[in-house]
Design a protein around this ligand. Structure first.
Ligand SMILES: Nc1ncnc2c1ncn2[C@@H]1O[C@H](COP(=O)(O)OP(=O)(O)O)[C@@H](O)[C@H]1O
Ligand SMILES: [Mg+2]
Length: 258
């Protein structure tokens, strides 16, 4: 019998806070560095930014010999290629994911859903509730906090009421934390999060330009954010991405397959 993969989303109604970025970073980390098999359902139908990133990267590989040979060496050593990225409408995402999984000979460990910021119709809500785990990136500003809580607190109420829903737990984490932010601010927000009985992850992701570091058309710069390569080892230092991935793997109970 085929293995049932976990359904995972980085989701929140706030835009520009890292949903697509962490979908790509964590999917790539698990697929290329932890020996797991992942797929991505890009459900941000009007933008499809993850799907577009893959198309952009493939185009660049065609002309950049450095990245091209790097990719060939990586796939050879792993004995597998890139992970699939499917562009779907958010309300059809679960159905399409199941159809996709049934059509694939391979087993998958996890499927990541990059949902749009506006979870405003029944179809999208039902997709959200069909996840096994949701991770919520949150910037340490009052506006981001308010927006996150106004979205997550009602969701949590629904989960409490309808215990049959698939969604097991929702985990908040700090992203884009500037070194200048006062420690007691984070402590204050942390208390607030605890008061709402929400789960806050230990890992804190700093604000850092490397989170924007894609493959370049020319040259051979180290890459951090990519659907074809894992985050570069040197750029990982101080990014806390490795810590985030380890914490996520513990929460979702997935072990590396190397
Ligand atoms: N920790 C970070 N440091 C610096 N830039 C970041 C960080 N996290 C995300 N970003 C940047 O913020 C922008 C928006 O992120 P994105 O993932 O597209 O947001 P969303 O999908 O939630 O709308 C991107 O340019 C991304 O590279
Ligand atoms: Mg996005």
């Amino acid at each position: 019998m085929k293995k049932e993969p976990l359904f995972i989303a980085f989701s929140t109604q706030k835009g520009g806070v890292g949903k697509s970025t962490f979908t790509v970073l964590v999917a790539s980390y698990l697929h290329y560095l932890k020996g797991l098999n992942v797929a991505v359902m890009d459900c941000d139908y009007l933008q499809c930014s993850v799907y577009d990133m893959r198309k952009r990267e493939i185009r660049q590989l065609e002309t950049n010999l450095h990245y091209q040979s790097k990719a060939i060496a990586l796939f050879d050593s792993l004995g597998k290629q890139t992970y699939p990225i499917v562009c779907v409408k958010p309300e059809e995402a679960i159905l399409k994911a199941r159809e996709f999984l049934a059509s694939e000979p391979a087993d998958y460990d996890a499927v990541f859903f990059d949902l749009p910021g506006t979870i405003n119709n029944d179809g999208v809500i039902s997709t959200f509730m069909s996840m096994d785990y949701v991770f919520v990136p949150m910037a340490p500003s009052r506006m981001s906090m308010e927006s996150t809580l106004s979205f997550i607190v009602p969701v949590k109420e629904v989960l409490r009421e309808y215990k049959v829903l698939n969604l097991k737990t929702i985990h908040l984490f700090w992203n884009r934390v500037d070194g200048r932010i006062k420690k007691n601010w984070l402590e204050h927000y942390k208390k607030l999060i605890c008061q709402f009985e929400l789960l806050l992850m230990q890992t804190v992701i700093p604000q850092s330009v490397r989170y924007d570091k894609e493959q370049s058309i020319e040259g051979s710069d180290a890459v951090f954010l990519s659907t074809i390569f894992p985050a570069d080892k040197n750029l990982l230092k101080g990014s806390n991405l490795d810590l985030l991935v380890n914490e996520i793997m513990e929460i979702i109970n997935l072990n590396p397959q190397l």
